[in-house]
Design a protein around this ligand. Structure first.
Ligand code: DGJ
Length: 466
């Protein structure tokens, strides 16, 4: 009777009943043990793998953060003054390094602008493969010098591809009038693609200059600088923002273009003065929550302005903050690490290099604090001139939290098409060297360093870190 009842009971109870015999109990316990051991091993293995990956990252980034020293000797002044001239005007002053840098007949020319035969060439295999050489010519996969000045990168996750947008300056350099700064006619915005950040394929001109219509913003006689592209997840469109100006930089506006593909063609929409303010050097930054911001030098370059874009990224909203007032900064490049926003800027000295500064903020809208010069290594002059370059963008290095690439231009005002690229590792970490005055001796922000290397590469297997 008892057995009959048990049969009527649930399956679970039936199982329990069968377990009265020792064999199934043993089997169950063994299976349990095996599962526990398996789970332990799997979780232990992922822990071990994680810490191995972490160690790999630490040792890989150690090299990025090692600084290199540089030295060079300034040549003596080329002509001596006659005794009469010395009496009248004193002895000739030795040239400054900036004078030498700007002088295309300087003996130091090949130091700043190394010869074509030293070019970084992805078609050549060997010791130099995958190495960055700041200041050397950099060739694309077809063997032509990369023309993407004042540029920025966009990463497209779905294809693991980086796109580099920048000014095509492959034309003659001239001065529009005696007092004007050197210029090249607008050709357009070039785009290059790469999966490893070193081998770049030319995708062509994705936004063209205008040859004939003199009323067009992008007429060749005007200025198109610092193009940056961001992707709008909501509209599925690639949106390009750029500085558009007339030859005398009095228009001081931003231009907007849009495309359904990262490789264009981009349709030019319009230009405007954002928030009714002058806008010269600029950048855009897309935050993790999808909000994008325009940051631009304004009010005769005396301050920067920052404000969010509309949801479709095609315009600015009415919200704007004035930041770094009176500091006269340009060439903003924004990046974010562990919830803090950082921005590297340059001073304003035309095509001549000057000292970079890094700023930090808890929100994009500020307040922004100036932390100091991020350049590390090289020598005093290198650090004071941003390694003879001017920043344009900061790229986060995927899989290496706290590591970035500083993209900068070494402008060559006597032949702008031969301006070079200076790409260097940036590390965020550790306390800032100099605590800010009001922080009671405690540094508020982590130190940001741009490390000088005459030759460097991304960590071996970097693409595998993702
Ligand atoms: C410095 C800016 O950063 C560049 O983009 C360019 O506008 C030059 N000035 C022109 O002198």
């Amino acid at each position: 009777m008892k057995i009959k009842n048990r049969h009527r009971k649930s399956f679970a109870l039936r199982c329990c009943a069968t377990m009265r015999s020792p064999l199934p109990i043993m089997v169950c316990s063994m299976v349990g043990c095996i599962m526990i051991i398996h789970f332990y091993m799997v979780s232990h293995r992922t822990d071990v793998e994680k810490s191995q990956a972490r160690l790999r990252q630490i040792s890989a980034t150690r090299e990025l953060g090692q600084t290199e020293e540089e030295s060079f000797q300034l040549p003596p002044p080329r002509s001596r003054r006659s005794p009469r001239a010395i009496k009248r005007r004193g002895p000739r002053k030795p040239p400054t390094v900036i004078d030498e840098f700007l002088d295309d007949s300087s003996e130091l020319r090949s130091f700043f602008f190394p010869h074509r035969r030293t070019a970084v060439d992805p078609s050549k295999e060997g010791n130099d493969s995958m190495h960055f050489y700041p200041g050397r010519q950099w060739l694309d996969t077809e063997g032509n010098p990369i023309q993407a000045h004042g540029g920025g990168l966009l990463y497209v996750e779905s294809t693991g591809t980086y796109y580099w947008y920048g000014e095509n300056k492959d034309g003659p350099t001239y001065q529009a009038h005696r007092k004007a700064s050197a210029r090249v006619d607008i050709i357009g915005v070039n785009c290059y693609s790469s999966k490893d950040l070193w081998t770049w394929t030319n995708e062509g001109i994705v936004l063209s200059g205008e040859e004939t219509n003199t009323t067009h913003d992008l007429h060749k006689g005007n200025v198109l600088e610092r193009p940056k592209v961001i992707f709008n997840d909501r509209t599925g469109k690639y949106v390009m923002w750029m500085h558009v100006d007339d030859a005398n930089y009095t228009k001081a506006a931003v231009g907007v273009a849009v495309s359904v593909s990262p490789t264009g063609p981009f349709e030019y929409l319009y230009s405007k003065r954002p928030h009714d303010c002058e806008s010269r050097d600029m950048t855009v930054f897309k935050d993790d929550d999808g909000t994008a911001y325009l940051i631009y030098s304004s009010d005769d370059n005396s301050e920067l302005h920052v404000g969010p874009l509309t949801g479709d990224y095609l315009d600015v909203t009415g919200d704007m903050r004035r930041i770094l007032i009176g500091q006269r900064r340009e060439a903003p490049a924004v990046f974010k690490h562990r919830g803090t926003y950082y921005m590297i800027t340059s001073g304003c000295s035309g095509w001549a290099p000057n000292t970079a500064m890094v700023h930090a903020a808890e929100t994009m809208m500020g307040p922004w604090e100036t932390m100091g010069n991020p350049c590390a290594g090289g020598n005093k002059i290198f650090r004071a001139t941003t390694f003879f370059s001017q920043g344009s963008f900061v790229v986060p290095l995927r899989g290496l939290p706290g590591w970035f690439i500083f993209m900068a231009d070494r402008w060559n005002p006597s032949d702008l098409r031969d301006s070079r690229y200076v790409w260097l590792p940036v590390g965020v970490g550790g306390a800032a060297d100099e605590p800010l005055e009001y922080s009671f001796g405690f540094p508020l922000w982590s130190r940001v360093s741009v490390y000088w290397h005459s030759r460097w590469r991304l960590p071996e297997g970097w693409r595998g870190f993702r």
